[in-house]
Each structure stands twice: as structure tokens, then as C-alpha cells.
Design a protein around this ligand. Structure first.
Ligand SMILES: NC(=O)c1ccc[n+]([C@@H]2O[C@H](COP(=O)([O-])OP(=O)(O)OC[C@H]3O[C@@H](n4cnc5c(N)ncnc54)[C@H](O)[C@@H]3O)[C@@H](O)[C@H]2O)c1
Length: 290
């Protein structure tokens, strides 16, 4: 109990390798900084090459071990090449933070105020969001999970959003894509149960002070959740204290490190997705030989 109340020590993640997508800015950057400070070797991925190189240089100057990869997370050849490179250099990765996404500001810069109608979303944006925000996490998880299973230890954390954002008017395909990621995360967690590899979902619990919530949206930055707030639950989830904690959605805004871990988990977590709604369906048991 006392140990679980302590913050992660400086070298808590020494020897672990963490891949963080969308690490060039915002939430991904805050998570990468915190994992690096806890001793993890970092593999940082983003399409924003200039910003990513700046982040990598900064973290290396502070003593971190950093590989920076400019790539699209949903591009299979790039993802396979990255895995091959990492497996050859070491044993692959232990921690996968599926954070990269494109946001509703792509649909309309003032989406929270203008609330564009669903018929105004260009087809290309729908397809891009499905590809990046849903398939990107699926692709990387399916490439790296088997290595983690082989080692009997691993972490997959998928960055999602609040339930009400999933169907908020004006959000375009962003909300429905996060709902798909959430459902997919529940399948991942079930498929990886008892392997030592945990799958959890992380969400801020409100809009965050990042590029995804432009000033046009009408909310002042100080009223927003700061990206650093998401790093606390990530660090705890990546430590050995969270062995066996899987299938949960973590709401960062409610993660209160002053509480004992049992109370913290009770306050800030729930099962991934909407299992209580599924209990309403009638699903006959299929015959084993069919
Ligand atoms: N900002 C919010 O209010 C908010 C709320 C809930 C959830 N989230 C989620 O948090 C995560 C991080 O968002 P953020 O607010 O830091 O946004 P952000 O726009 O600041 O960062 C997203 C990063 O992902 C990168 N990216 C986009 N497409 C990519 C691709 N195909 N391949 C590789 N990298 C790519 C971008 O270049 C960017 O650096 C996202 O999953 C987002 O949906 C954000």
C-alpha cells in the first residue's frame, strides 16, 4: 500500500522502451517527457518532422535515449520497417502509447461554436480519420503486441475521449472514430488477458490546452486541462505497480495522486467502452465445431 502511494522513482522505467505516437507536441510530448524522466528509452513518432526533431534534440540534451521517427502511424510499410529496426537493435518495445490523431479542428476551426452539420464533412476527412485515429492504433498494436506477449510484459495505452465527445454535435467523424478505438481497445484487452500485456484507455476528461482546441473554439487556455495532467496516470500504468491492471479507462482529470491507489482507481477509472449496454443483447452460444 505505502509503495503504491509513492510517485514513480527516477529510474522506475529504466530498461523499458516506450513508443509514443504524436510525440511532437501536446499530450504526446507531455507523456514522452514524463516517461523519459522515469528512465525509459524513447521511440518518438510523428508526421510533424521539424517539431519532432526539436523535441528529440531537447530530450537527448537532458540525457535521454531517444529515437525519433518521422512517419505516418497508419502506413504499414513504415510501421513494419520501424518494428524490424527496433527488434534488430534491441528486443522491440515494452510500452506503446497510441496517442497520435487528427482532430475535429480539421473539420472546422471553430467546431465547438459553429457546430458544422454531419453532411458538411468532406469524404476525405472521414476516411483520413478512420485511417489515422482508428487503424493507426490497430496497426501498431498488432505489430508490437506479439513481441510483448513473448516477453510476458507489456503496456498498450490508447488515448480516447469522453463519452459525450463521441457524439457531440459539430465534432464530425472525430467522436465516432474515438468510439471505434474504444471498442477496439476492449477487444485488444480481452485478447491479451493473462499474457502480462495490459491494455487500457486514457482520456483527459475535457478539452485540453493543445493544438486540437484552437482559440477559435471560444475556450480560454487556462480553463482547459493541461497536457501534463495525462502523464501522471500513464507513468503509474507503465510501472510494475500496475501489473494486472487492464481493461480500464482512465480519466486524467480525476486522477488524484493524494489518494490511496484503491481510492484513486475507484474515482478515476471504469471498464473500457460500454459493457453494461452489451449485457442487454441476446447472443446464443455458437457450437464449438461450427
Ligand atoms: N486536445 C483535446 O482536447 C483532446 C481531448 C480528448 C482526447 N484527445 C486526444 O489526445 C491525443 C493527443 O491530442 P493533442 O491534443 O495532443 O493533439 P495535437 O494535435 O497537439 O497532437 C497530435 C499529434 O499527432 C500527430 N499526428 C497526426 N497524424 C499523425 C499520423 N498520421 N502519424 C503520426 N503522427 C500524427 C500530429 O502531428 C501531432 O503532433 C489524440 O488522440 C486526441 O484525440 C485530445
Amino acid at each position: 500500500m505505502i509503495e503504491s502511494l509513492l510517485p514513480c522513482s527516477v529510474n522506475e522505467l529504466k530498461g523499458r522502451t516506450a513508443l509514443v505516437t504524436g510525440a511532437a507536441q501536446g499530450i504526446g510530448l507531455a507523456i514522452a517527457q514524463r516517461l523519459g524522466a522515469a528512465g525509459a528509452n524513447l521511440v518518438l513518432v510523428d508526421v510533424a518532422g521539424h517539431e519532432l526533431q526539436q523535441v528529440a534534440t531537447h530530450l537527448r540534451e537532458r540525457g535521454g535515449s531517444v529515437i525519433a521517427k518521422v512517419m505516418d502511424i497508419a502506413d504499414r510499410p513504415s510501421a513494419e520497417a520501424l518494428r524490424a529496426e527496433l527488434v534488430e537493435a534491441s528486443s522491440g518495445i515494452d510500452i506503446l502509447i497510441n496517442n497520435a490523431a487528427i482532430g475535429p479542428e480539421r473539420n472546422h476551426p471553430a467546431y465547438l461554436v459553429a457546430k458544422p452539420k454531419f453532411w458538411s464533412t468532406p469524404d476525405a476527412l472521414w476516411i483520413d480519420m478512420l485511417r489515422i485515429n482508428v487503424f493507426g492504433a490497430q496497426l501498431l498494436s498488432s505489430l508490437f503486441a506479439p513481441d510483448m506477449v513473448g516477453r510476458g510484459w507489456g503496456r498498450i495505452i490508447n488515448v480516447s475521449t469522453s463519452l459525450d465527445t463521441m457524439y457531440r454535435q459539430g465534432i464530425g467523424p472525430y467522436g465516432p472514430c474515438k468510439a471505434a478505438l474504444e471498442a477496439s481497445s476492449r477487444i485488444m484487452f480481452q485478447d491479451l488477458e493473462s499474457t502480462g500485456v495490459t491494455v487500457n484507455v486514457l482520456l483527459p476528461g475535457g478539452p485540453v490546452n493543445s493544438r486540437m482546441v484552437p482559440a477559435d473554439c471560444g475556450i480560454t487556455p487556462q480553463d482547459l486541462i493541461q497536457p501534463e495532467q495525462l502523464a501522471g496516470p500513464v507513468l503509474w500504468l507503465c510501472s510494475n505497480k500496475a501489473n494486472g491492471i487492464t481493461g480500464r479507462r482512465f480519466i486524467a482529470r480525476q486522477w488524484d495522486e493524494r489518494l490511496a491507489i484503491e481510492d484513486r482507481l475507484a474515482k478515476a477509472t471504469a471498464p473500457i467502452a460500454w459493457p453494461q449496454l452489451g449485457a442487454q443483447s441476446h447472443f446464443p452460444t455458437p457450437a464449438a465445431n461450427s
